[in-house]
Write a protein that binds this ligand. Structure first.
Ligand SMILES: [Zn+2]
Length: 181
């Protein structure tokens, strides 16, 4: 982590939420368009632990299903997502993710939305399933197959795609389905 990143992370304690960047602010909007960098040290990284804790508090406060580090001003490959596919919906941490495979077919996911894009929702074009590889909070490698063919079933795969996109500087508004009605 850079000094600038550490200053932001240590600007509050573990219970203090971080400011969520918004596309309605010009400076924020430019930052949200940058590509994030990998995190080199996951184990015993105190700054990372504090960042994750503050992101948890922020996600809870904002009532979201996912939050990516660039949304709080940290350009690193990290996000939190709510495991709607697991009992009690735990919040899990994803570091340096890769999408290693995906369905050929895509579908239009209804009512995508984003904490960084105020007052907007839209139908985004998503893969029906993805295979992913990432590090968890303990630095262990996780490989998973994540589903998500519609909003009305388990759409954990869509949450992952949305958060993963943030790390590439992509927003759901870039992926809107063109509905021909
Ligand atoms: Zn988002």
């Amino acid at each position: 982590m850079t000094k600038k990143e550490k200053d932001l992370i240590y600007s509050g304690d573990a219970d203090t939420p971080l400011r969520v960047l918004l596309t309605t602010d010009e400076k924020d909007s430019l930052f949200l368009r940058q590509k994030s960098l990998d995190i080199k040290k996951v184990k015993d990284n105190e700054a990372l632990q504090l960042l994750v804790q503050r992101m948890r508090v922020t996600l809870e406060l904002e009532n979201g299903v996912g939050l990516a580090a660039p949304q709080v001003g940290i350009g690193r490959n990290l996000f939190l997502f709510v495991r709607i596919d697991k009992p009690e919906y735990p919040v899990e941490v994803v570091v340096n993710p890769k999408i290693t495979a995906h369905s050929e077919d895509m579908f239009c996911f209804d009512d995508d939305g984003c904490l960084s894009v105020p007052d907007a929702s839209g139908t985004s074009l998503r893969y029906k399933w993805i295979e992913v590889e990432y590090l968890n909070e303990q630095g262990e490698t996780i490989k998973e197959h994540l589903q998500g063919g519609s909003r009305f079933e388990n759409f954990i795969g869509v949450i992952f795609q949305h958060e993963y996109d943030h790390l590439q500087g992509t927003l759901f508004t870039d992926k809107l389905c063109v509905n021909e009605e």
